[in-house]
Write a protein that binds this ligand. Structure first.
Ligand SMILES: Cc1ncc(COP(=O)(O)O)c(C=O)c1O
Length: 371
C-alpha cells in the first residue's frame, strides 16, 4: 500500500457526533439530574415528533429495530401456523422476526434494480395461511407500496413495513412507515436516523396496536406490577431519545447530504458498465446504502480494499438459501433475481458530508476495476 493513498471510510459517524456532542451531553446531564433514564419525557417527546414526521397517529419507542418487527407481528396476533411473505434480500432480522413469533417466512423474489420485493412474485406467494406481507425498503429505497397494499387489501392481509434502512423515504407521495398497518424502524448507529446505541420505533395509526405494543414492550404490564400477558423488556433509553430528537431536527439536511453523494456517483457511473441503483420517483431513495451491480464485483471489492476504501457486501446470499432455512426447502434457482443480485452487488461509502475527494477516489477505483 503506497503511503500517500487516502483511506476512505465506509462511513464516518464521528464528524456528526462532534457537531451534536455538546447539545447531547447537556441532555445526558439533564436526564441524570432528573434521575429519569428509561421511557421518560425525552422518549415521550421523541415519540410525538417522530409520529408527526412520519404522518401517523402513534409512534412507540422500543429497544431496537428487530423488536419493532417482532412486537408489530405479536400485536397483530401473528404466530404459529401463519405465513408472512417477505424478501430474501435483506438483513436477517426481517425474516428472523417472523420466526421469533412462531410464524413461517415465505420468500418472494425481488426486482433487479430497486432490490425491493417484486409485487408479481408476492402475489404468487399468497396462500391460505398468509397473514401478512413484510416489505423491506431496502438500502433506503421505498418499495412499491401501492402494488403491495393492493394485494393486501384484496386478500385481507396486514402489512408490516420494515423501514429500518429507509427513514424519510417516500412511496406514492407518502412517508414510508405510514402506509402499511405498522412501520418498523431501527436506530442502529449506521442508519439514516441513528442513535448512539440501540433503539427502534413502531409506527401505526391503529389505537389497538398502539396500546398493545405499549403493553408488550413493558412486560405486558397494564399498570405497575399488574400483567395482562407475557411481554418483554423492550424500552428506549432517555439518552438515546435525546440524541435522536436532536438529529431529527436536521434529518432533511442529512438526507439531502446522502442524496448529494448518490447523485455524484450516478453522474460518474452514467454510461459506464456499472449498473446504478434505481432512484425511483422523487423522494423514494434516502441512500442508507448506495449499491451498485457489476459482474466484476469481487475484483472491484478487492481493488477498493487494496486502496483502503470501505465497501460492504449487502447481501452475499439470499436468506432463502441460508442454512437456517434449509427446512423451508428452497433450492438454488428458486428465486433467481435475488440469487443473481447476490453475486453482483456492492455497497459504496455514502454519508452526509462525505468529501468530494473521497467520492472521486471511490469512482476512479470502481471504474478502473470494471475497466
Ligand atoms: C432491514 C433491516 N431490518 C431490521 C433490522 C434490525 O434492526 P436492529 O439492528 O436495530 O435490531 C435491520 C438492522 O440492521 C435492518 O437493516
Amino acid at each position: 500500500m503506497p503511503e500517500n493513498v487516502t483511506p476512505v471510510p465506509f462511513l464516518d459517524l464521528t464528524a456528526q457526533f462532534r457537531e451534536l456532542e455538546s447539545e447531547w451531553l447537556e441532555a445526558v446531564r439533564a436526564a441524570g439530574s432528573r434521575g429519569s433514564f428509561i421511557l421518560g419525557p425525552q422518549v415521550s417527546a421523541f415519540e410525538r415528533e417522530f409520529a408527526d414526521y412520519v404522518g401517523v397517529k402513534h409512534a412507540i419507542a422500543v429497544a431496537n429495530g428487530t423488536d419493532s418487527l417482532v412486537l408489530s407481528l405479536r400485536a397483530m396476533g401473528i404466530g404459529p401456523g401463519d405465513e408472512v411473505i417477505t424478501t430474501p434480500f435483506t438483513f436477517f432480522a426481517s425474516s428472523e422476526a417472523i420466526d421469533v413469533v412462531g410464524a413461517t417466512p415465505v420468500f418472494a423474489d425481488i426486482l433487479p434494480d430497486s432490490f425491493n420485493l417484486d409485487p408479481a412474485s408476492v402475489r404468487r406467494c399468497v396462500g391460505p395461511k398468509t397473514r401478512a406481507i413484510l416489505p423491506v425498503h431496502i438500502f433506503g429505497r421505498a418499495a412499491d407500496m401501492d402494488a403491495i397494499m393492493e394485494i393486501a387489501a384484496e386478500r385481507g392481509l396486514a402489512v408490516v413495513e420494515d423501514c429500518a434502512q429507509a427513514f424519510g423515504s417516500r412511496s406514492g407521495g407518502r412517508v414510508t412507515g405510514s402506509i402499511g398497518t405498522t412501520g418498523s424502524f431501527s436506530f442502529y448507529p449506521t442508519k439514516v436516523l441513528g442513535a448512539y446505541g440501540d433503539g427502534g420505533m413502531i409506527t401505526t395509526s391503529s389505537p389497538q396496536i398502539d396500546e398493545h405494543v405499549r403493553r408488550l414492550r413493558n412486560h405486558g404490564a397494564v399498570k405497575p406490577f399488574i400483567h395482562a400477558e407475557v411481554g418483554c423488556n423492550s424500552r428506549l433509553d432517555e439518552i438515546q431519545a435525546a440524541a435522536l430528537r436532536i438529529k431529527l431536527r436536521s434529518i432533511d439536511a442529512a438526507i439531502a447530504g446522502r442524496r448529494r453523494v448518490a447523485e455524484a456517483y450516478d453522474r460518474r457511473f452514467s454510461g459506464t458498465p456499472v449498473r446504478r441503483p434505481e432512484p425511483g420517483a422523487a423522494g423514494a431513495h434516502v441512500y442508507n446504502l448506495y449499491t451498485i451491480r457489476t459482474p466484476r464485483r469481487d475484483r472491484v471489492r478487492q481493488l477498493l480494499t487494496d486502496r483502503q476504501i470501505g465497501s460492504s457486501l449487502c447481501y452475499p446470499q439470499g436468506l432463502h438459501l441460508q442454512d437456517v432455512y434449509r427446512r423451508l426447502g428452497y433450492q438454488p434457482g428458486s428465486l433467481p433475481v435475488c440469487e443473481q443480485a447476490a453475486t453482483e452487488v456492492l455497497s459504496l461509502p455514502v454519508y452526509p458530508g462525505m468529501p468530494d475527494t473521497h467520492i472521486a477516489l471511490v469512482c476512479d477505483t470502481v471504474l478502473e476495476a470494471v475497466g
